[in-house]
Ligand binder design. Structure first.
Ligand SMILES: Cc1ncc(COP(=O)(O)O)c(C=O)c1O
Length: 432
């Protein structure tokens, strides 16, 4: 019966297949999902199991994705934001003894990016310390990190923005020297590499997002990655209600002494399933989400090739005009996995970034800003305890002058040609 249903699902997909985007006629989104009939079959397969919560698809995904990211452990959660919350909260565990993060500790980060890279710092009562980004790569300026370090500084939490790796190896060296934890947000950068290793392997703990705009999608989904067994166990507890027990969903007595544990002030032999060691959450995802991710994962290498090929093609079309629109280059010793194509409006262009965005959008080219721009100028961070670790002049420049357009795998060189023509037309009309 399943095979019959799958065959119908494939036919349904083919009859309702997303249409090719025609440049100049259809809107070209800056980001989006790319799904095929096998993705839909997998979601239906998971639904027909009638298990619904985290299950066999999640287990398979965690095993495959940890291999892809060159980590020992992967824990699925319901979003990249949840992954960041779990990763950071893990470092507050009493199980880490003296090294645990406590309220009031400072955490180095950047303001040019997505809010939920920084929010977990605040949600855990710690104090974000903001340093500037580099003016050309828009990634953290690592030299500023070390200088911003103070006696209360205990951790670093930063994202590889738009898929171009920041120098995570250098950051790790600073962290080792200063005894700091390092959380590497790879939500925009799955597949990117630095000095021959996957992003995420430089931090003590790392995260990924599977929102539709990202390299692969689960609809909603995220992952926490680490090769530290102790951190993995704590992260699992924070994800799963804060419980002490580590049985997979639907399993009992994995530890073999479910009714034999002893905890001070607890009745002896209290069911381990109901013993809680952290102030946790429930951030698990459903097996339908994991099933979609598992089928998407097979296409990930191809998706990354397409993104990078679109990026390289558009860059080559615009490379003579960097004095009008700043173009991004891979950071040293890196292989980016481009999330988008950033364009920085330079003073040699007349008009504002808003004019440029209007020009693109009116010609059906989707645009995105670098998320929050300068987080400190956003309403949410106005009253939050924080420290400014350096001048944020480049962060402000990002907020005022940067925009990015899409390179995601539904697009090809024909779309890039159209985007390039529209951009070159803008430069022609607005050069000083
Ligand atoms: C760098 C970064 N971190 C975290 C997130 C949050 O991911 P999610 O939307 O899955 O919660 C995003 C979202 O796009 C992001 O760009």
């Amino acid at each position: 019966m399943r095979e019959k249903i799958f065959s119908d699902v494939r036919s349904y997909f083919m009859a309702n297949k997303p249409k090719r985007i025609i440049p100049g006629v259809d809107y070209i989104p800056a980001a989006g999902k790319v799904v095929d009939e096998e993705d839909l079959v997998n979601v239906v397969d998971a639904a027909l199991d009638m298990w619904f919560t985290t299950g066999r698809f999640a287990k398979d995904f965690e095993a495959s994705f940890s291999r892809f990211m060159e980590q020992d452990y992967c824990l699925l959660v319901n979003s990249g934001s949840s992954a960041n919350l779990v990763a950071f909260s893990t470092l507050t565990s009493p199980a880490l003894g003296e090294r645990r993060l406590r309220a009031g500790d400072e955490v180095l980060t950047v303001a040019a990016g997505f809010p939920t890279t920084v929010n977990p710092i605040v949600q855990n009562g710690c104090v974000p310390v903001f340093v500037d980004v580099d003016q050309e790569t828009h990634q953290v300026d690592v030299d500023l990190l070390k200088r911003a370090c103070g006696p209360k500084t205990k951790a670093v939490m930063i994202a590889h923005t738009l898929g171009n790796p920041f120098d995570a190896q250098k950051v790790r060296r600073v962290c080792d020297e200063m005894n700091l934890w390092f959380v590497e947000d790879c939500c925009d950068a799955v597949g990117a590499r630095l000095n021959g290793a996957s992003v995420g392997t430089f931090g003590h703990i790392a995260t990924a997002s599977f929102y539709p705009a990202h390299h692969i999608t689960m609809g909603e989904g995220g992952a926490v990655l680490t090769s530290d067994r102790r951190l993995k166990k704590i992260a699992e507890s924070f994800r799963d209600w804060g419980r002490d027990c580590w049985c997979p969903t639907g399993k009992d007595n994995t530890c073999g002494k479910r009714f034999d544990h002893e905890f001070p002030e607890m009745p002896p032999g209290y069911d381990h399933k109901y013993i809680y060691s952290h102030v946790g959450y429930n951030l698990k995802l459903t097996d339908m989400q994991a099933a979609l991710g598992l089928s998407q994962l097979k296409k990930l290498p191809d998706f990354i090739i397409k993104r990078n090929s679109n990026f390289a093609y558009l860059k080559q079309r615009l490379s003579a005009h960097d004095n009008f629109l700043g173009l991004a280059s891979p950071t040293s010793n890196s292989e980016p996995s481009w999330f988008g194509f950033p364009l920085l409006c330079r003073p040699a262009l007349m008009g504002s970034r808003a004019d440029f965005v209007r020009h693109l959008e009116q010609r059906k080219i989707g645009t995105r800003l670098l998320f929050a721009g300068n987080l400190l100028k956003q309403p949410l961070y106005r009253d939050v305890p924080k420290r400014i670790g350096s001048s944020l002049v480049n962060t402000d420049n990002v907020m005022e002058n940067l925009v990015w357009v899409g390179v995601y795998p539904a697009l090809d060189h024909e779309h890039m040609d159209y985007i390039a023509d529209v951009i070159l037309d803008y430069i022609e009309r607005n050069r000083r």
